[in-house]
Design a protein around this ligand. Structure first.
Ligand code: PLP
Length: 219
């Protein structure tokens, strides 16, 4: 299968999962995760019409996206990997959406940079639904306080919540928990689901799925 066919296949499976959940296919958007792939691998996906891409490293994104963005208008870039506060300025400059706001220090750093650079970004709060010690994210019990801090004190546009379920567990309960937390906190967006489980995530209400290897091939 070509990369265009794989993209079409993922879009078709997203739409089918949405219809099966009595949801409109256009209520779920696709973030094509292009991390580790080079500009030459990404161009055919852009040519096939995809405009929203996810990267997990600031430096890698800076290395390949300015050229691609000069070629095609309307690209939207999401940061889906951990952010260090010393990279906040660069992240705010290149990304449109930061999905990994996971602690107060980062929230303050990106808020400061948005003001300094006069940039308006959208943000997701990353939630550690499995309370995994090695994983980033706000604990489910702390989401309400953290979302309030981000919105009311820092003025961040919190568009949604994001999670990465533990690899060795059934993702369904984690997606359900994220959906419940979003509803309780009046947050509309749910970024959840990757190549292995995006259809399940759509069933639990994902508004955005982050799919890499099913489109680009294995890394
Ligand atoms: C790499 C990555 C993805 C995509 O994973 P695939 O299994 O390749 O679809 C999604 N979300 C995050 C946070 C990632 O780091």
């Amino acid at each position: 299968m070509s990369v265009e066919q794989r993209l079409g296949d993922v879009q078709g499976r997203m739409a089918k999962a949405a219809r099966e959940a009595n949801r409109k296919p256009e209520s779920v958007s696709l973030v094509a995760v292009s991390k580790t792939f080079e500009a030459g691998d990404i161009r055919p996906v852009i040519a096939a019409g995809q405009r929203v891409f996810g990267e997990n490293r600031v430096q890698e994104a800076q290395g390949k996206w300015p050229v691609l963005q000069a070629e095609t208008a309307g690209i939207e870039l999401h940061l889906i990997g951990p952010l260090q506060s010393n990279k906040a300025a660069e992240a705010v400059a290149i990304f449109d959406v930061i999905e990994t706001v996971d602690r107060e220090k980062i929230a303050r750093a990106v808020a400061e940079e948005c003001k300094r650079q006069n940039r308006t970004l959208r943000f997701y709060v990353q939630v550690n639904t499995g309370l995994e010690p090695q994983k980033a994210g706000i604990a489910p019990d702390d989401v309400a306080t953290f979302v309030r801090l981000c919105r009311d004190e820092l003025g961040l546009n919190i568009e949604g919540l994001m999670c990465i379920p533990p690899v060795d567990e059934n993702p369904g309960p984690h997606f359900a928990l994220l959906a419940k937390l979003a509803e309780e906190n009046d947050v509309a967006g749910l970024s959840m689901g990757m190549s292995g489980d995006f259809e399940t995530a759509v069933g639990f209400g994902a508004t955005s799925v982050r799919v890499g290897s099913a489109i680009f091939g294995s890394r």
